[in-house]
Structures are given as C-alpha cells and as structure tokens.
Design a protein around this ligand. Structure first.
Ligand code: NDP
Ligand code: 8X3
Length: 257
C-alpha cells in the first residue's frame, strides 16, 4: 500500500458530501490537504477540524471552478510547497433540474456543463503541468452512473458525466508515460446535498429519491477513492462503478413499500 503521509492531496468541492468525506479519508492517512469550494466558511471550518484532529497541514481556499482565470490565479498563486500535488480529486460538480429536454432551463444546462465539464478541465489544465514537472501524479475524477446510462430528465447532467468519462479516458491515453495516472469513480445514488441542489432547495423532493431504499454515503465513496489512491504506483484502478445494493441501473431501484 502506498504511504500518503505528508503527501499533498487536492480535493475540489470539499464543502459537502463526497468531497468533504474524501478530505477526511485522506486526512486519516496523514496527507496534507488542499481543499476548495465556493462556500469558504465551510471549507475553513473543515480545515480547522481536520488540522486539529489529524495534525496535518490544510490549505483551504475559495474557488469557483467555472472561471478559468480564477482557477489559474488561485492555483498558480499557491505557495510553492503546495504545488507538489500528488493526488487531485476532481469532485466539484452538481445537477440542476430533472426537466425533459424540451422543458430544459438554459441556466441549469450552463451551470452543469460549466461546472462538471469545463470546471474539471480548468482545474486539471492548471494542475497537470505541476505533475508533469515532477513526472508524478494521480488524477481521480468523480463521474457517475449517469455518465454510463441515461434516465428520463437526465439529459444534460448525464451528458456532462459522459463527458467526464471521455475526458478521463482521453487523459489516460494522452498522459501515458508521463508518470501521471488517471482513474474515475462512478457512484450511483449517494445521500449528500446533491438532491437539494438538483431541485433548487426542495429538500422534500430531494429526500424522495431515497424512499424505501438505503443510498450510499459520501464516506462509502471516499473509501473507494482512498483505496484507489493508495495502490502501489505501478497499478491503476482505472474505473469503478459503486452502487447501493438496492440500485441495479441508473433508473432501476428496489424500494421496500
Ligand atoms: P454535494 O452537493 O453534497 O457536493 C458538491 C460539492 O461540489 C460541494 O462541495 C460544492 O461546493 C462543490 N461545487 C459545486 N459547484 C462548484 C463550483 N462551481 N466551484 C467549486 N465547487 C463547486 O454533492 P455530492 O457530494 O453528491 O457531489 C460530488 C460529486 O459527485 C459531483 O461531481 C456529483 O456529480 C457526483 N456524484 C454524486 C452522486 C450522488 O448521488 N450524490 C452520484 C454520482 C456522482 P460549493 O457549493 O460550496 O461551491
Ligand atoms: C448522480 C446519480 O442517478 O442521481 O450522479 O443522476 S443520479
């Protein structure tokens, strides 16, 4: 098992859900953490907690991944020691709405594509040069079952996660021989703030996704990410689909009445 103690792990979208759980999963291993999101107060609180609990260094910063200029400025402006990024977890992402394509809301489409696709590209484009310089690094992208299968109303969100799948595969091809490896974790239903964000704050509608079944937790996914990141360097777990037992496909869940 690879030792990540004092290595640098960068998690985007660490203010909630899977990203927050990933930050803690790497803190447990003694890794130093770079964490970001738009809600800086949450990121700073998490940084303090993890620093105190695990005696690690944490650099927390506000970042909206949708602007390339902002991403470049924030990451290129990091203190030198923080640019030695060993693991990048491209987690920041969201879904907006579940409308049929004919009823789609332009702003929702743009938010999903700008965050899930362009944001992931912007962060990667900025971090990859640091990894190339050190001939070392591991990029772990958080995709989704939604990138592998469509469901009604999934249209643009599914497309954004299918793009993550293609980008991951493209990265793996283009970065071969550079010392950088690339993996993806594709979760099914995970109980995070994802649903509340998808339904623009409607918690009741968000919770209805989990009625009669046990969804995954952010920690479940973080444990998989942690396992992938700690394999010996010669080995790459390229992709993993993680589902609740009660979910067979993007659109088929078993629910107790
Ligand atoms: P949460 O809503 O709980 O967390 C999303 C995180 O992304 C937050 O930290 C949020 O921080 C951050 N984020 C959103 N937009 C931006 C932005 N523009 N810039 C920077 N950070 C941003 O949802 P999850 O933890 O569930 O989602 C994490 C990832 O997992 C996403 O990529 C999602 O698509 C994927 N996923 C989720 C599944 C699920 O069922 N929950 C299943 C499959 C995949 P902030 O708002 O503070 O900026
Ligand atoms: C999130 C999973 O099925 O809610 O990526 O779209 S789903």
């Amino acid at each position: 098992m690879k030792n990540l103690k004092k290595k640098t792990v960068f998690v985007t979208g660490a203010s909630s859900g899977i990203g927050k759980a990933c930050a803690e999963a790497f803190a447990v291993l003694g890794a130093n953490l770079l964490i970001c999101a738009r809600r800086i107060e949450r990121i700073e609180k998490l940084a303090n907690e993890l620093h105190k609990k695990y005696k690690i260094k944490v650099f927390a910063f506000e970042l909206d991944v949708r602007s390339f200029d902002v991403v470049q400025e924030a990451i290129n402006g990091l203190p030198k020691e923080w640019k030695k990024i060993d693991v990048l977890v491209n987690n920041a992402g969201l879904s907006r709405g579940l409308n049929k394509i004919q009823d789609g809301v332009l702003q929702d489409w743009e938010e999903m594509l700008d965050t899930n696709v362009k944001g992931l590209l912007y962060v990667s484009k900025t971090v990859i040069p640091f990894m190339l310089k050190r001939k070392y690094g591991h990029i772990i992208n958080i995709g989704s079952i939604a990138g592998r299968e469509l469901y009604p109303g999934g249209n643009v969100y599914c497309a954004s996660k299918a793009a993550v799948d293609s980008i991951t595969k493209g990265m793996r091809i283009d970065l071969i021989g550079t010392g950088i490896k690339v993996s993806t974790v594709d979760p099914g239903l995970v109980n995070t703030e994802f649903g509340v964000v998808r339904y623009h704050g409607d918690k009741k509608r968000a919770d209805s996704a989990y009625v009669g079944m046990k969804p995954l937790t952010g920690k479940d996914i973080a444990e998989v990410v942690q396992f992938i990141a700690t394999r010996e360097d010669y080995l790459n777990i390229a992709e993993v689909l993680v589902l609740p037992k009660a979910q067979a496909s993007a659109n088929l869940t078993f629910r107790k009445q």
